[in-house]
Design a protein around this ligand. Sequence first.
Ligand code: ADP
Ligand code: GN1
Ligand code: MG
Length: 369
Amino acid sequence: MGERIAIQHIIHQFAIKGKISNSVPFGSGHIHDTYRLFNDSPTAPDYLLQRFNHHVFPNPFQVQANIARVSQHILRKLQQTGRPQPERYCLQIIPCKDGTLCYRDPQQQYWRLFVFIPDCHSIDLVDTPEQAYTGAFAFGQFLSQLHDFPPASLHIILPDFNNVKARLAQLHSALQSPNALPDRLQQTAALCEEALSLAPTFVEMQNVYETGHIPQRVTHNDTKFNNLLLNRQGQGQCVIDLDTVMPGMVHYDFGDGIRTATGTAPEDEADLALVAVDQAKLAAYTEGYLDATHHLLQPIELHYLPLAGPLMTYLTGIRFLTDFLLGDPYYKTNFETHNLVRAENQLAFAKMLLAQQGVVQTIIKKYQQ
Ligand code: ADP
Ligand code: GN1
Ligand code: MG
């Protein structure tokens, strides 16, 4: 009830149309608190309200500034191609009445509002190769639409977000930290050792990126499959969750898609016997992504593409492991060992994807002929 009154107060700060009749918690993201706002007025849209997780994003205004610029760029591209109702295909921020892009409430919580994109859904687990293809094509188009947007002009929201060396350094420092929970250190000793032994395989690609040989692009950096809205026909409509749009390498985006679209189980499946790579989805994801991007990608990017899925899955695994050691300060968890289960799952899946690089390689070759 207190929450309802608070939400009315928050909504009042924004330049909305119509009258909001109801708000309900929405979605399955790990980071923000999300609400759908229903509009009484038939001529005004519903909205999506989010309470920022400002522990994760210490500068919400910079996040909003990046999203506004990137969305504007995509909207212009959509207008140029003559797409009807282009605003349904990209995020639209609703500013506050004073023009700012998010609202800081008296309790120092940050809020933002988007137009709710209707008749769409997101999916946590991909069912079919066709779905994998469609999603990959949409994420690939996102990269392509932004290929002429200057990466260096974006705010660096979370430095080293997908830098595996930095994530390994965080794991090492968690292992030494006085905040690490002793029983969890014990519980994960073997898993940590195994994870650290895999590090050299992944560090090389990050090093090549840092030397400048792999080009810097505008990347989404969190292309988890459920960060795509699909329409009723199951086609990709809008890439969402643009908080981490920053300079990066294509492998971050392609890799996180592989991580989340090509497995047989969710990232928190505890029974590892159910975790496997679905080769048909792996091939389809690769085809969808390359159909949208092959005209842009350089030979060195294609060369490292097979390692992208294993890289992002490994990186996610060590992030979950680090969070578990430190008592779960970062990710939302639903039970005591949630982050441990996620870490075991992702590290196992990373190894499986490593063994399946040939599937991606075979598809890439078709685009090189
Ligand atoms: P988180 O960072 O917590 O994952 P997201 O930005 O991904 O937050 O949003 C959470 C959920 O809200 C998404 O999975 C999606 O279902 C839904 N969503 C986000 N933006 C919109 C939008 N503009 N229109 C409709 N649904 C949206
Ligand atoms: C988080 O926000 P969400 O749920 O889309 C995380 C990603 C992780 C993912 C793991 C800002 O994504 O980096 O890969 O969880 N986002 C942030 O499921 O840390
Ligand atoms: Mg999300």
